[in-house]
Design a protein around this ligand. Structure first.
Ligand SMILES: Nc1ncnc2c1ncn2[C@@H]1O[C@H](COP(=O)(O)OP(=O)(O)OP(=O)(O)O)[C@@H](O)[C@H]1O
Length: 342
């Protein structure tokens, strides 16, 4: 197998209009699991559809190793890319059994008999649905149907598996269960996977690499840990984790990772007008004896703790957690243990 390369990829649906995908360059390593993360309309699905071969780029190219799959003048048909796409809607045949659904792509490819039976068994085994081979999709739960769709894409041993918000229709409990199935599926199949989602927690939980998009452009590509700890810019910072973005006097903020001493020092140098955006996560805000004054504006009891919204004197807001009960309107004093300059 080989690396999937997007090289300055663009797509404009109308000539001269704003491109849905704008100059995106990205390498997905062989066997990697990439989440394409971004708000609705940012161009994620269009990138995926270009990789699958359902849309042609207006500029740039897509390569699998050194094979050019598509550029503005040419493209390899979807059925010749050895890729499989899993949709939100599962797209199962209702009148066929689970085994026949899974085996359908083999039938199309002219594979039959024992070889077909064995591949179906292996694929069902990979998603733990061996016992359901004879059922119809209607007699399965949402999560099981999704697993059938996965098995059906595994059966052809694709080089690349493309998933378009595959968990969007499932409830929270099932989503968690399916996240586990996806991770396992990735480990077992060794396929390169590209997973479109607007849910940052899902992207973080699943992928080995996260690519963040906004308005057609790629903002940052890194491991989930890196994106979480060192987001680049306001857009990425606002998208990952539950952080608040505060305007802070920039005078003495030399580092990007900031502790309370540094934050305090720059607060006392407010003479300069320059402000920096800093990302503050709720777990880094401590309600302490001495610190900055804040007012509690909202309290949500979460069982093990209270989730608070706090207003600072300058009308900026941030979040914090408290183990002690607090009331809306309480005045508290806070210390920001750690922040990240965006
Ligand atoms: N076939 C099309 N014709 C014209 N415009 C399109 C077409 N497909 C997508 N677009 C536009 O391209 C932009 C990107 O759409 P895309 O579906 O890629 O976004 P997305 O990030 O996947 O969003 P969502 O999460 O809502 O699916 C949007 O403005 C959309 O309206």
């Amino acid at each position: 197998m080989a690396k999937l390369i997007l090289n300055r990829l663009s797509k404009a649906f109308e000539a001269g209009g704003r491109p849905a995908v704008n100059d995106v360059s990205l390498e997905v390593r062989d066997g990697g699991f990439l989440a394409l993360l971004g708000p609705s309309g940012c161009g994620k699905t269009t990138v995926l559809r270009m990789i699958a071969g359902f849309e042609q780029p207006t500029d740039g190219s897509i390569l699998l190793g050194d094979r050019v799959l598509a550029d503005a003048s040419d493209m390899v048909a979807p059925e010749h890319r050895n890729m499989a796409m899993v949709f939100q809607s599962y797209a199962l045949w209702p009148h066929m059994s689970v085994a026949d659904n899974v085996g359908y792509p083999l039938k199309v490819r002219g594979i039959s008999g024992q070889k077909r039976e064995q591949k179906i068994r292996e694929a069902l085994n990979a998603v733990r649905l061996e016992a359901y081979a004879d059922r119809r999709p209607a007699d399965l739960s949402g999560g099981q149907r999704q697993r059938v769709a996965l098995a059906r894409c595994l059966v052809t041993e694709p080089d690349v598996v493309l998933l378009d918000e595959p968990l969007a229709n499932l409830d929270r409990h099932l989503r968690q269960e399916m996240e586990e199935t996806f991770r396992e599926f990735h480990a077992r199949s060794g396929a390169t996977m590209i997973y479109v989602t607007h849910d940052q927690a899902e992207a973080m939980a699943l992928a080995t690499d996260v690519a963040v998009m906004s308005e057609g452009r790629l903002l940052q590509v890194a491991s989930p840990q890196e994106i979480y700890a060192r987001p680049e810019g306001r857009l990425v910072g606002g998208l990952v984790g539950q952080g608040a973005i505060l305007k802070w006097p920039a005078a003495l903020l030399e580092n990007r990772l900031l502790d309370w001493d540094m934050l305090q020092q720059s607060l006392s140098h407010t003479d300069g007008q320059d402000c920096a955006d800093i990302l503050v996560r709720p777990q880094d805000v401590e309600i302490a004896g001495e610190g900055m004054a804040a007012t509690v504006t909202s309290v949500l009891f979460e069982g093990e703790r209270y989730a608070l919204k706090l207003a600072l004197g300058d009308e900026q807001n941030l979040r914090a957690f408290s183990r002690q009960p607090v009331q809306v309107g309480d005045r508290v004093s806070i210390v920001i243990r750690s922040a990240w300059r965006l």
